[in-house]
Design a protein around this ligand. Structure first.
Ligand SMILES: [Zn+2]
Length: 770
């Protein structure tokens, strides 16, 4: 009995889900070629609750998308024939189309937020809460009011420094335009995590106010009940709900344009119903109240919508241009130019009334007309294009490309606006970063002692030349970076001392740009080896490893860098009583391949199917420091790609010690020929430091290693570049006691290295080879 009751209850709730469905509903694109056709469609729009128009029907010479339900197929065919409409079937079964795009089931956990899917209001708000917790110094969240059904409307404010001017983004006032809200959150996420200097610039120098979901009731309704819903959810007649929030603002509320077009509807059941009065909706009223309180902070107001690839400026209710339309056209064109660069999608820029259709009471008209915010755009994003015809139902795999287009557009907007209006007092791209445009890199042969002395003198006295290898002995090649102002000087020196030299790179900046990380999203699974990753991403990944493999991954923080970054050791131990190998990577900041190789190897140890790799992962314990010099590494990513040293101050004008010259054993000890193999000059790239272990980084490793050293037989330091396996010592040619063994093992390693891509590694004593 009880069981039956349970089953009955289950059965009941199962069939009672009231969801609008669109099985076999068709979507047509219809061309409006004349006044009569326009009137026909307007009549249909005004009188029918069967046909669902996705565009306004008021304008001649445009196409509108309309949803036709099965019971109207015959009527529709009659109308099409009678008035000779041209049309195209875009979707033949709307429900199938909606089903394909339903969010996938997902786990509920921290870090739930992602952009592979459209997210629920709950997930978005939870994510906003995490941002507030993680970035308390520059993220503020304000609840600006409640929706009709009592949901909170949130503004996220990003302010990274004082006295910035601000840009306001309002997204998804139209419930079904899911891409609008997803783009708003994506952009916010990029502001926090992007490595792109232009994105960092606009995140730093502009304050951003973002309402990701302006119409939370409507949005939830599209997720639970009717994917095609546009309006708010307040009751407006006996049988209809909802007001078009973007027709509900006060400025020129329900005002017809010069051709008599209202640009909104007075009929409650219509999708563009303007509401009983301006700001009748709690959502629009909350926004208006909030904007009025902080109006003076803004120069730019943006409203995110879909679809149409449009950048629209005021007004919607008049066919005449606003007085400063040229400025808005210029800035819009700059946005469109940047947007186009991502995926060659061409956005059209123009006056709302002309480019789209007449509309009265939209938010941007109110912000521009009532609050005098000088730059106001509605952005209509992707929907139908060369990538497919999806209308409001853009699949979630387009979120990221769409958002990157908009983000790039924002960069265009800010850079153009600052030129025209002088409102943003910074220049994009000028964040102080070392550049090497037209810097040349030469390889120089050292054929005699005079040449050696010349290069040593340059290395010790010049801060414009930069050596990639220290000149130490006759017979070697060294690589040197020559800045443009030294081209003549370099040429003179080369001729005077008859150096043999080869130009390796004509333009060092170009070479560096190729290795710059691509833009990336911040989410779990962010780690990959298509790019060099930030310290943050690497450490986050290490955290995931620890969580996912608690039985054999241990992570230890062994100390802090000079600037306070953690130095982490990842320990992999799959069984007891293994002997261990230690890998220390990237003590030299610019040698990015070292750290990337260390993490790659660790990843292979965990995931490779190769039995030989599985063997060494199982039977050896591995201790890996992926980034030994985190300050230097971050500095190469943000400021100077060519940086080698740590970041501690060492003289009035110079920073950094060569960590790999800072260990105690034979610290600053000359070899038999008197060569130090390190520098005592603070500004030098091989400066050994004021004393051994002067650097917190090397001290941390030393302290850690002295606790665990009895577990190890092998210590490896990863560097680049030269294809060499070097063993001790660096300061003498005298062979180490176990030279034969260490040479044999090195040869075996070199043989395996060669077997992968035929790269020849040289094995030998450091001093002899380098
Ligand atoms: Zn919209």
């Amino acid at each position: 009995m009880k069981l039956r009751l349970l089953l009955v209850i289950f059965f009941f709730s199962f069939v009672n889900l009231e969801i609008a469905r669109f099985d076999n509903y068709r979507v047509y694109s219809i061309e409006i070629e004349n006044e009569i056709q326009s009137q026909v469609l307007q009549e249909l729009e005004a009188t029918s609750d069967s046909y669902l128009f996705w565009d306004s029907t008021q304008k001649i010479h445009q196409k509108v998308d309309v949803v036709v339900p099965p019971h109207k197929f015959a009527d529709f065919h009659e109308i099409i024939k009678k008035f000779s409409f041209k049309l195209e079937l875009k979707i033949d079964n709307l429900q199938r189309f909606i089903d394909d795009q339903q969010p996938k089931r997902q786990r509920k956990e921290e870090g739930d937020m992602n952009w592979d899917d459209y997210q629920s209001l709950e997930t978005i708000y939870e994510w906003i809460g995490f941002l507030q917790r993680d970035f308390p110094e520059f993220i503020t969240v304000e609840d600006i009011g409640l929706s009709y059904e009592g949901r909170t409307i949130k503004v996220v404010k990003l302010s990274k420094k004082q006295n910035n001017r601000a840009i306001f983004i309002e997204a998804q006032i139209h419930a079904r335009e899911w891409i609008a809200g997803a783009t708003a959150t994506y952009v916010l996420n990029e502001f926090l995590y992007s490595n792109d200097p232009e994105v960092q610039d606009i995140a730093l120098n502009v304050d951003w106010y973002i309402i990701p979901i302006m119409n939370p009731d409507g949005y939830e309704y599209t997720r639970t009940s009717n994917r095609n819903w546009r309006k708010t959810r307040s009751p407006v007649s006996l049988t209809c709900d909802g007001v078009d929030g973007n027709r509900n603002f006060a400025f020129n509320f329900l005002t017809a344009d010069e051709t008599g077009n209202l640009g909104a509807s007075k009929i409650p059941c219509s999708d563009t119903y303007a509401g009983p009065s301006a700001f009748s909706e709690p959502e629009t009223l909350a926004l208006e109240t909030y904007i009025a309180s902080i109006r003076e902070k803004f120069d730019v107001y943006l409203s995110f919508h879909s679809y149409g690839h449009l950048i629209l400026y005021p007004f919607g209710h008049t066919i005449y241009n606003i007085t400063d339309y040229e400025m808005l056209q210029d800035i819009g064109d700059a946005m469109a130019a940047k947007t186009y660069l991502i995926d060659e999608i061409q956005y059209t820029v123009g006056n709302w009334n002309k480019v789209l259709y007449p509309s009265s009471g939209p938010s941007i008209d109110h912000m521009y007309g009532q609050h005098n915010i000088p730059i106001a755009y509605t952005i209509e994003m992707r929907g139908n294009g060369p990538y497919g015809n999806y209308g409001f139902f853009l699949p979630s795999n387009f979120i990221s490309v769409n958002a990157m287009e908009v983000l790039n557009g924002l960069i265009g907007l800010v850079s153009k606006a600052q030129i025209i209006l002088l409102i943003f007092s910074f220049t994009i791209g000028s964040c102080e970063k070392a550049r090497f445009d037209n810097y040349r890199v030469y390889s120089i042969n050292i054929d005699n002692n005079v040449q050696l002395s010349v290069l040593k003198e340059i290395e010790q006295t010049s801060d414009s030349y930069s050596f990639w290898d220290s000149p130490t002995h006759v017979g070697e090649n060294v690589e040197i970076v020559v800045p443009p102002h030294q081209f003549a000087h370099y040429d003179e020196i080369i001729n005077k001392f008859t150096f043999r030299t080869i130009l390796i790179h004509e333009n060092l900046q170009e070479v560096m740009d190729k290795t710059q990380p691509k833009r990336q999203r911040k989410e779990e699974g962010d780690m990959n080896w298509d790019d060099y990753q930030s310290l943050e991403t690497i450490y986050e990944w290490i955290g995931f490893l620890q969580r996912d493999f608690p039985e054999f991954i241990t992570v230890e923080d062994i100390g802090l860098s000079y600037e306070g970054r953690t130095i982490k050791v990842v320990k992999l131990s799959k069984k007891q009583n293994n002997r261990a190998i230690f890998i220390e990577a990237q003590i030299h900041a610019r040698e990015w391949i070292a750290g990337a190789t260390a993490t790659y190897i660790l990843n292979e140890f965990l995931y490779s199917n190769d039995p030989e790799i599985q063997d060494i992962a199982l039977n050896v314990d591995w201790y890996i420091i992926p980034i030994m010099n985190p300050d230097g590494y971050e500095y190469t990513r943000t400021s100077n790609r060519n940086w080698r040293k740590t970041r501690s101050p060492v003289s009035l004008t110079c920073d950094g010690v060569d960590g790999n010259r800072n260990f105690a054993f034979n610290f600053l000890t000359a070899d038999e020929t008197g060569d130090l193999g390190a520098s005592k000059i603070p500004c030098s790239d091989t400066y050994a430091g004021p004393s051994a272990f002067s650097e917190p980084e090397t001290t941390a490793v030393e302290n850690y290693f002295s606790q665990v050293h009895d577990q190890f037989d092998i210590y490896l330091a990863f560097h680049s570049y030269a294809h060499v396996l070097l063993y001790p010592f660096g300061n003498t040619l005298e062979p180490v006691p176990n030279v034969e063994m260490i040479q044999d093992i090195g040869d075996a390693a070199a043989a395996r290295l060669y077997s992968v891509h035929s790269t020849i590694y040289d094995v030998g004593n450091s001093k002899r080879i380098l």
